[in-house]
Design a protein around this ligand. Sequence first.
Ligand code: ADP
Ligand code: F6P
Length: 472
Amino acid sequence: MRQSSLVVVANRLPIDDSVAPDGACEWRRSPGGLVTALHPLLRHTPATWVGWAGGTGPAPRLPDVDRVRMQTVALTAEDLRDHYEGFANSTLWPLYHDAVEQPEYHRRWWEAYQRVNRRFAEATAEVAEQGAAVWVQDYHLQLVPGVLRELRPDLRIGFFLHVPFPPPELFMQLPRRAELLRGMLGADLIGFQRAQAAHNFAQLVAKVLELPATDRRISVGERVVRVGAFPVSIDTAGMAALADRPDVAARARRLRQDLGDPDHVILSVDRMDYTKGIEQRLKAYSELLASGHVKVRDTVLVQVAVPSRERVTQYQILRDRVEREVGRINGEFGRVGEPAIHYLTQPFDRAELAALYRIADVMAVTPLRDGMNLVAKEYVAARVDDTGALLLSEFAGAAAELPQAYLVNPHDLEGLKQGLLSALHADPEDVTPRMRAMRGHLHRNDIRAWARSYLSALDEGGSLLTHITATG
Ligand code: ADP
Ligand code: F6P
């Protein structure tokens, strides 16, 4: 078994096992924020990525992707149901997102969560070289740091949570709260998107485990675990260069023509997830159409909503409701050849997404709760001419970094409608300096800066950092 000095552990691998239209097996980049963040970073780094390839049955053998070795962890059908769809996405995901859907608690799911976390930790222990740095990602794998520390005390272990970490009054609902906190404390460094999340974590550790804890340091016996906020980002220069390509610009012009050359294009790009506020946004849009504040003649909404976690009931219910509502709005307000909403559920390649960002006069990113939201950052990066208005939820992690966006509370329907109108009718003299400031921020705080700050904290000046910063 070949070993690496840097090992990333994430539930998903950056490529997915999918079936091509002709029935052949093919690999494609998996959608979602975690892969978007880590893929460009590791592209030229000799590292191993431990993860799941998206199916059930024996682990497929995957080729290296660029210089990154893929180490697959197999999930059985039962693991998929009880770990991924169960504990990860029907217990932790809703709980960590303000319980906007009811979290469910089942003992069988917890057993699967423990079992799968152990399997990931064992696979990692095999591929990590002596003294390697291991970077564990996200809520699916919160027990991995603890198990890995038992198996391999020589490793330097980092954990990063891409989603929000909830306030104590919510987290305290979890039947196995103490074990989860202890699992995370196996790490040397625990990173969150926001300082508030680090604070919530420290408070919980003090309350549930009765350990001395501040928002920066927690003592666990002889060890000190460091805690901090490291807001994740994107490959800003990469997205800007893509959006600036002549073929992408030409594609954008064509898309705008295909939409009927409207005065205003509003765009939303989400995974089909109840945390993304899609229904609230549609309701706001429908009311603006009904009141005549927005007219199908001159304004179009493009809603991209790629299906996600499709076997989980709450996601199925959401998709049905969204599709019914889009149908109703188009039936009521659309005209022949002029739908009110262009609704697309397909995955797109990066160039097509960049072209869509280029035609969006307003980008509506209005989640009810989101750890960061990289779509908002991608839009800003793609606006190479400093135009375009970003309508952004206060409850997205990105709002803390992009205060120049048009900020809204998506729970407040009237506020959402008002925000949409303000963004639609904003004066270019107001829009441009806002966009310029946001672009400047994202060029200074891109994915490399994120990795540098996290890995230098984890590695304390070791060789790890040179891997990431010297390349790409
Ligand atoms: P999350 O991690 O919850 O999915 P983010 O907004 O942080 O949310 O990240 C979503 C990522 O998935 C972005 O990089 C975005 O470009 C990508 N994405 C979203 N929808 C699509 C789609 N239809 N096709 C391809 N990529 C998509
Ligand atoms: O950051 C949120 C997240 O859950 C990532 O871990 C994941 O890659 C992405 O959303 C997409 O979700 P899934 O892996 O369930 O398709």
